[in-house]
Design a protein. Structure first.
Lengths: 261, 124
């Protein structure tokens, strides 16, 4: 952690930047066009992306953790970067279940950051995520897995726009006769929502949702909505790395407080 | 409370004849955790390959219109059992536990019983 903030505006992709940081054994946060990767001693400890629901959005709607319990853990553990520990210590979640969910969210977010060769913006040495240490994964394992997932998705239907664009149902597309999960996914396609929002609505892992959506696209039932003025999901860092990365926990608490008014 | 690593360790220590265990995401074929195996038995390859087994069975059930869920899939080799147990979970985790057992030492009913207990620690 002897480095100061490094800007990657002129250098290569997020995966290339990650490879360099892993070789150095760096700890900190690397922001890319589509999210942030958190490293500790050169290993990936967390990834978040605006294109995927975060851990809270996966755990609370399914009832695995009550929303109160989640926010209590965020409030009490957030500033010490120990939210994960608090969930387990308070008995709300088994340690193994937390690790499984955390890895799921990590690889889901990593897919968006790394699979489409987007660029890295900057690296903040020493920055850590409020969730705290749950499990770490080697950088090359994350890069390899995202590449494999991209290949798997492209084999189903080779249109990456399905992953990020608002999706629309092709006229006359019906859920009848489809497997349960695919039918349920189709009913959430409304011309406005993106894959991430559909995954959130179903409280389902994003990659699974992407698989179903690409299958629906391959069957000619779903297509990216025409590029109307429909607002898309904002990228994590629209100002190109000029601003500090927002404190997500604080922003979520703010949003909840505003909604409660 | 058990984490992923201790859950896998428990599979090998508490189940007679168990020599390798893996927790696998069957939407992508990725092993979230592995224990045992080695040079002569690559668990990453086993994870990816057995993902195809699970997918094929799920697909067949879809085609048959079966609304049941798979509890486990047992593959009997000459000297080994390979057991695939699908985890439940409200969010539809899409995970299975994969276990390699020595057929001469394993007791399948006991193995299932132990696995049920271990997997409850991993379910959300």
């Amino acid at each position: 952690m002897t480095r100061v903030t490094t800007t990657w505006t002129t250098q290569g992709t997020t995966s290339a930047a990650l490879g360099t940081l892993a070789a150095e054994g760096a700890s900190g946060a690397l922001s890319g066009e589509r999210g942030i990767v958190y490293l500790s001693a050169g290993r990936v400890v967390h990834v978040e992306s605006a294109f995927t629901p975060d851990l809270g959005a996966l755990l609370t709607p399914s009832g695995a953790v009550p929303p109160d319990g989640w926010w209590d853990a965020v409030d009490r553990g957030g500033t010490q970067h120990r939210v994960g520990h608090r969930l387990v210590d308070s008995g709300r979640l088994a340690a193994g279940a937390l690790e499984v969910c955390h890895l799921g969210a990590l690889f889901d977010a990593a897919y968006f950051l790394l699979a489409h060769d987007t660029r890295a913006h900057r690296f903040r040495p020493g920055a850590s995520h409020w969730l705290g240490a749950v499990r770490s994964v080697p950088v090359d394992a994350v890069v390899r897995e995202t590449g494999r997932r991209r290949a798997l998705l492209d084999r189903i239907w080779p249109d990456p726009a399905i992953d990020t664009a608002p999706l629309t149902r092709v006229p006359d597309a019906r859920a009848a006769g489809l497997p349960v999960r695919r039918g349920r996914t189709l009913t959430q396609v409304d011309g406005v929502r993106t894959a991430a929002e559909i995954a959130s609505a179903l409280a389902c892992r994003t990659y699974r949702t992407l698989v179903e959506l690409r299958r629906l696209a391959a069957a000619g039932l779903v297509a990216p909505a025409p590029p109307a003025p429909a607002p898309s999901v904002p990228t994590a860092d629209p100002a190109g790395g000029v601003w500090d990365d927002p404190d997500t926990a604080l922003l979520r608490r703010l949003r909840d407080a505003l909604e409660a008014l | 409370m058990a984490n992923l690593e201790t859950s896998l360790k428990e599979c090998l220590s508490s189940i007679d004849g168990a020599s390798a265990a893996a927790l696998v995401d069957y939407t992508s074929g990725m092993a979230l955790g592995t224990l045992g195996g080695g040079k002569e038995f690559n668990l990453e390859v086993a994870a990816a390959g057995n993902t195809d087994v699970v997918r094929a069975k799920l697909r067949t059930m879809e085609l048959l219109g079966l609304k049941e869920e798979i509890e486990d899939i047992l593959i009997t080799l000459n000297s080994q059992y390979h057991m695939i147990r699908l985890l439940k979970g409200r969010g539809g985790n899409g995970l299975f536990l994969y276990l390699v057992l020595d057929a001469s030492r394993a007791n399948l009913a006991m193995a299932r019983h132990q696995l049920r207990r271990i997997e409850s620690e991993l379910e959300v």
